[in-house]
Design a protein around this ligand. Structure first.
Ligand SMILES: [Mg+2]
Length: 235
């Protein structure tokens, strides 16, 4: 029995993006002194930001907003949602604070470390393949204690191509010295980027899907990371 090589996605699969984002927002709320600007309730502030952020990303995807505008714009909109006058300068400061502090947050999805320890123990080679900026993703991996488990960390930034583009998977395999038919398994939360992307190049893919409907076309679905330990991950 030979343990199959495992490629993991990072955000929303191991690194708890939602929790870490909220931690950064809480820090920003204190650092910028939002209480003095009429934002007394930090939970209401986070909720307003998350709604504003979703709206801004929808605009971004439609090509109606650029990334620079989005960074401060979602904070401006959060003020408006709370019935407050948005301040350009404060919104910019919040945008910068968020970008600078969120990658340093260290919350992981439940079970991450125990499951990675067990998989490593079983002899799996593990690698990360993540869409994101090289510097930012490496900060996350280092600070959250994930680094020792992975032989390689591939970001779309460094590869020059994003999942689900087949080239992202092919480059990651070739740069790590793995043949495309080495029985590689990809594990990730995004049906499109991780599961479809990997299965389109002939890998098996595990959909990490804690809450949604089970997608029939994924090779396997897990609701928790611990369930990975029950899958047939040997050749
Ligand atoms: Mg993800």
């Amino acid at each position: 029995m030979s343990p199959r090589p495992l490629f993991f996605d990072l955000d929303h699969t191991l690194w708890d993006f939602e929790t870490n984002s909220r931690l950064a927002l809480r820090e920003g709320h204190a650092a910028v002194g939002l209480v003095n600007l009429g934002v007394a309730n930090v939970d209401a502030w986070i909720e307003a930001y998350e709604k504003a952020n979703d709206w801004c990303w929808a605009q971004f995807r439609k090509g109606l907003m650029d990334k620079n505008t989005l960074r401060a714009g979602r904070f401006k909109l959060a003020f408006e949602r709370l019935g407050l006058e948005p301040d350009e300068h404060v919104s910019r400061a919040l945008g910068e604070h968020y970008i600078e502090t969120s990658p340093f947050q260290t919350a992981l999805l439940p079970g991450s470390i125990e499951v990675l320890e067990e998989l490593k123990e079983r002899g799996h080679r593990m690698l990360l393949l993540t869409n994101g900026f090289e510097e930012v993703q490496h900060i996350k991996v280092k600070n959250s204690g994930l680094e020792p488990f992975f032989t390689d960390v591939f970001t779309s930034d460094a590869l020059g191509v994003k999942k689900p583009d087949p080239t992202a998977f092919e480059l990651a395999a070739s740069r790590s010295g793995l043949a495309m038919d080495a029985g590689i398994v990809m594990i990730g939360d995004s049906m499109e980027s991780d599961v479809d992307g990997a299965q389109n190049v002939g890998w098996d893919a595990v959909h990490f899907n804690p809450h949604g409907e089970v997608e029939i076309r994924a090779w396997r679905t897990v609701r928790t990371l611990h369930e990975l330990l029950d899958l047939p991950l040997d050749l």
